[in-house]
Design a protein around this ligand. Structure first.
Ligand SMILES: NC(=O)c1ccc[n+]([C@@H]2O[C@H](COP(=O)([O-])OP(=O)(O)OC[C@H]3O[C@@H](n4cnc5c(N)ncnc54)[C@H](O)[C@@H]3O)[C@@H](O)[C@H]2O)c1
Length: 316
């Protein structure tokens, strides 16, 4: 039996990852401080712990020993870009120190395999489709920078002591496996538009003159259940020695514009939607779509769900 410890497992993505790992036959333990997570999302052994605390490496090493953990999926982090601009110290503390503490505990306890939640935010302002992992990293906000520093710490550990790691760079995650696992903090486009349409409010579109087919920003929306399955694929690839410290994009490879999203929400909810176009936001790239080819080559993973599946699961 393999035992995977999921940090941040009470979070939106983490709870889906826990469920997917269980479905694949792993035993799962969750570590989370419940700062943005919810205890009722998961029904597995649970340890409440702030991973940025000075005592976290010792506490975590004890959890590894108690449950005979052999793999870690490290999702616990803060993820609000605007908040990271206002409070960078808190973001570096949680997102960077958290990684360092996880690595420290893994090294001491001899836990070999790590899957890390990174983000397309590490690339910065890339304005095109088909962004692959060769794209230079140039994050433009503290959140993206903390994710990149976390990646560097992991790369250095793979060189120093033989850690086996894969860094998953998620594009725009949305949707839900079921209503209990839904994102409860509406901070991304799809939950925001769904909420506005439910209230009968007009969704706001930032920028209608971008150099895209319909003038609105294009993004790569990946269903959270596809993303969860990518973690299962990553764990399998790690255990068979196939990923060799790689950074891997997790996206669908096809873009949807803000207007597409608004139209699909209107079609799925059956409500009339008349968006209002506002001024563009500073630092919002026109298009950001993954080349997910490496995920398929290394891990045999490919997204199976589309934008309609995503919106349906966010609305039902
Ligand atoms: N949601 C997205 O679109 C997206 C995109 C790219 C990357 N990510 C990354 O995915 C991961 C999960 O994001 P999410 O959307 O599920 O967010 P979330 O806020 O729902 O989940 C984060 C979880 O981590 C826990 N946590 C935070 N700080 C902690 C600490 N110091 N110690 C222990 N636990 C702590 C929270 O309580 C929460 O349960 C994050 O690393 C995030 O950066 C998310």
């Amino acid at each position: 039996m393999t035992v995977t410890l999921v940090t941040g497992g009470a979070g939106y993505i983490g709870a889906h990852v826990v469920r997917a790992l269980q479905a694949a036959g792993d035993d799962v333990v969750v570590v989370d401080d419940l700062s943005t997570g919810f205890r009722d999302r998961v029904d597995v052994p649970f340890v409440r712990l702030d991973l940025a605390d000075a005592g976290a490496p010792d506490a975590l090493a004890a959890v590894f020993a108690e449950y005979a953990v052999d793999t870690v999926v490290h999702l616990a982090a803060l993820k609000d870009v605007g908040e990271s601009v206002a409070e960078p110290e808190r973001y570096y503390r949680v997102n960077v120190l958290g990684v360092v503490h996880v690595l420290d505990a893994m090294r001491r306890a001899g836990v070999p395999d790590l899957v890390f939640s990174s983000s397309a935010a590490v690339y910065g302002e890339v304005d095109r489709d088909g962004v692959d992992e060769q794209q230079p990293c140039a994050p433009i906000n503290p959140y993206g920078r903390t994710k990149l520093v976390g990646e560097w710490a992991i790369e250095d550990a793979t060189r120093a002591w033989g850690l086996r790691a894969v860094r998953l760079r998620y594009f725009n995650v949305a949707g839900a496996g079921d209503v209990t696992l839904r994102d409860r903090i509406a901070a991304n486009l799809i939950p925001i538009v769904v909420e506005q349409v439910r209230r009968g409010a007009a969704p706001r579109i930032f920028g209608g003159d971008h150099p895209t087919a319909d003038g609105t920003c294009v993004r790569d929306y990946v269903h959270v259940e596809d993303l969860a399955e990518a973690h299962v694929a990553a764990v399998g690839a790690l255990r068979s020695g196939r990923t060799a410290g790689a950074a891997v994009n997790i996206g669908t490879g096809s873009g949807a514009s803000v207007r597409d999203v608004v139209d699909v929400v209107g079609a799925v909810t059956g409500r009339p939607v008349r968006p209002v176009v506002d001024a563009p936001r500073a630092g919002d790239p026109a298009a950001m779509v993954a080349d997910p080819g490496l995920a398929h080559r290394l891990m045999g993973w490919r997204a199976r769900r589309d934008l309609i599946d995503i919106v349906r699961s966010a609305v039902d």
